[in-house]
Design a protein around this ligand. Sequence first.
Ligand SMILES: O=c1ccn([C@@H]2O[C@H](COP(=O)(O)OP(=O)(O)O)[C@@H](O)[C@H]2O)c(=O)[nH]1
Ligand SMILES: O=C(O)[C@@H](COP(=O)(O)O)O[C@H]1O[C@H](CO)[C@@H](O)[C@H](O)[C@H]1O
Length: 314
Amino acid sequence: MHPRARRWFAQQTTAAGDWPVERLRAAKDLTVVSVVLPALNEERTIGTIVEGIGKLAERTSLVDEIVVLDSGSTDRTAEVARQAGASVFHRDDVLADHGSRPGKGEALWKALYVTHGDVIVYVDADLLDFGEHYITGLLGPLLTDPETLLVKAFYDRPLLDVSLTGGGRVTELMARPLLCAFFPELAGVVQPLAGEYAARRSLLESLPFAPGYGVETGLLIDTLGKHGLGAIAQVDLGERTHGHQDTAALGRMAATILSTVAARVMPDHPLWPALTQFQREDGELRAVDSVVSAQERPPMTEVPEYRYRMKFPD
Ligand SMILES: O=c1ccn([C@@H]2O[C@H](COP(=O)(O)OP(=O)(O)O)[C@@H](O)[C@H]2O)c(=O)[nH]1
Ligand SMILES: O=C(O)[C@@H](COP(=O)(O)O)O[C@H]1O[C@H](CO)[C@@H](O)[C@H](O)[C@H]1O
């Protein structure tokens, strides 16, 4: 491991158990905390997660709002989330003049516009084992250390079919090798693609948001570039199980993450904006092209509507 990564790992890695509620309540003071769940057709799992966050909020006042950013679900995600106590916004209804783009990054970016927190906690909506420690663990470093701007979760990731290899396939097969090669200081980040992370609004509003599944990688690299390793921490949340996509879907995810890294490593060498995959249908082999978008959303601080809402000086 790169020596700076090793030092960072030793200094900036904690566990959920290091952040008891009492310690956090004492540290929270006037900090406003928003929890955001990006969701695309998560009706089966989102209700339990929102209810769990709501119980934590009610018992401890550590969470001030729960927002679901619906990425265009066609199931009952919005209804289930609302019934569970979340404020639900449809992607198309937020910053409508800027249009709507596909993918998770769009949901996370638009969530900045409809939330009020000084700290934003992002949680995936397909978790099968959500626990309050997801929130308290991620809040710990942010509520107690002003130098910390971004906190990544990490966990063991068994695949649902335990006979298979571990989860985090894109992490292990692509993201980790890419980051170790091009950004070795990040080699100590155990789960760079983790969908559970928390950050200060002052950081998130200052960074571009990569499209789709590139969003986590872009935010991590850009936080390192803008503020250095000291602004990043990570927390061990134990084990995480979630819904899994098939290999072709993860191939498309990998292509987006590669595009996000390439935009930072070799910005003058644009990649071919499509991934060609193959599938056999009735014995016939068919090539299937998917668009790989590299179009990033700008820092929210450059969006006039956001500047107006946040009362930024003209
Ligand atoms: O276009 C999208 C794709 C995903 N998601 C949400 O982002 C989170 C992580 O996505 P997914 O579960 O597909 O990723 P995986 O966990 O399989 O890597 C989940 O809450 C999804 O519902 C979203 O809001 N919009
Ligand atoms: O880590 C990974 O390899 C992918 C896929 O995980 P699995 O192989 O389905 O366990 O999951 C993550 O990647 C996405 C892209 O960053 C995140 O949005 C997800 O939250 C995260 O689960």
